[in-house]
Design a protein around this ligand. Structure first.
Ligand code: NDP
Length: 289
């Protein structure tokens, strides 16, 4: 059976590569190599030096930004074989990915942007939504390998997947922040957060933030670290590039980016994205409970 390889065993990559290893011979590489060895022990993948990743027919990446993907690609370039597919699950930058696709294309390697949505829970369950940018033929060729996906949508040429992902995350940011402001006002009026959400989640104001993030992480005060605030701010920056290209007015999304930039400065890039609501709570002097 054809080999696959996974580069970047972070919060998302580790469980995603686990699903691959259950179905295909899977090579894994991670900068902190101990994680690759742990993956090998847990899922039966094979932890290999970076050059050996080039043995795979399909190479997956899930790194923080397109810059790290380009660096790894450059290091691998001398070893890559024509006919290889590169599936980039990073929430990356459309224009830089188009340049990367050209660079890999010179070696006969087909690049597809394939960012994912569904968080670490979706990665563990293997139910991620994958938005793919690239040629239709290449998308069909790699689809059978997306063992971590619940849904795959081909959204356009290379870069389109990253554009859709950035706008999706901008909407997540809007919904989360807006729900935080509204709930704080209600808590001040004596409405418990749980009661307010019971109504909102059976009404038209609901979102993933009100249905899942806030009840599971804010009301419980658990605030688990699953998706770093710094990564969400990175996605908002990519969304700004997408909006810039379109040149239409977009005041709400621009303001949202500024709010999260402020939250990142006040908290830390390593804080979880849901902790942005802690900044609102700090300003209000009350907690969403
Ligand atoms: P993590 O920070 O958990 O993992 C990052 C991974 O990238 C680690 O394996 C890290 O290696 C590796 N890495 C970092 N810098 C380098 C480098 N210079 N060279 C090689 N490897 C490097 O991130 P996530 O898994 O949370 O996110 C990965 C991508 O997925 C991001 O683009 C993010 O926006 C996106 N995403 C995240 C979601 C989430 O809920 N967390 C949901 C959907 C998309 P090391 O172990 O050595 O640090």
């Amino acid at each position: 059976m054809e080999k696959v390889a996974f580069i970047g065993l972070g919060a998302m990559g580790y469980p995603m590569a686990g699903h691959l290893a259950k179905r295909f011979p899977t090579l894994v590489w991670n900068r902190t190599f101990a994680k690759a060895l742990k993956h090998q022990a847990e899922f039966g993948s094979e932890a290999v030096p970076l050059e050996r990743v080039a043995e795979a027919q399909v190479i997956f990446t899930c790194l923080p930004t397109t810059q790290e993907v380009a660096e790894v690609a450059e290091a691998l370039l001398p070893h890559l074989r024509p006919g290889t597919y590169w599936v980039d699950a990073t929430s990356g930058e459309p224009e830089a990915s188009r340049r990367l696709a050209e660079r890999l294309g010179e070696k006969g390697v087909t690049y597809l942007d394939a960012p994912v949505s569904g968080g670490t829970v979706g990665a563990e369950k293997g139910t991620l939504t994958v938005m793919m940018g690239g040629e239709a033929e290449a998308v069909e060729r790699v689809k059978p390998y997306l063992a971590y996906a619940g849904k795959v949508v081909h959204v356009g040429p290379v870069g389109a997947g990253h554009a859709v992902k950035a706008i999706n995350n901008a909407l997540l940011a809007v919904n989360l922040w807006a729900a935080g402001e509204g709930l704080l006002a209600l808590v001040r009026q004596g409405v418990p957060g749980e009661k307010a959400l019971e109504v909102i989640n059976a009404s038209s104001g609901r979102s993933n933030a009100t249905e899942n993030l806030i009840p599971q992480r804010v009301l419980t005060r658990a605030f688990p670290k699953t998706f770093a605030l710094g990564l969400l701010v990175k996605d908002l920056g990519i969304a700004m590039g997408v909006l810039e290209g379109a040149k239409d007015p977009s005041p709400l999304l621009r303001l949202t980016r500024e709010l999260y930039e402020m939250a990142k400065r006040e908290l830390s890039p390593e804080a979880d994205h849901v902790e942005a609501l802690k900044l609102l709570e700090r300003w209000a002097g009350v907690e969403i409970r």
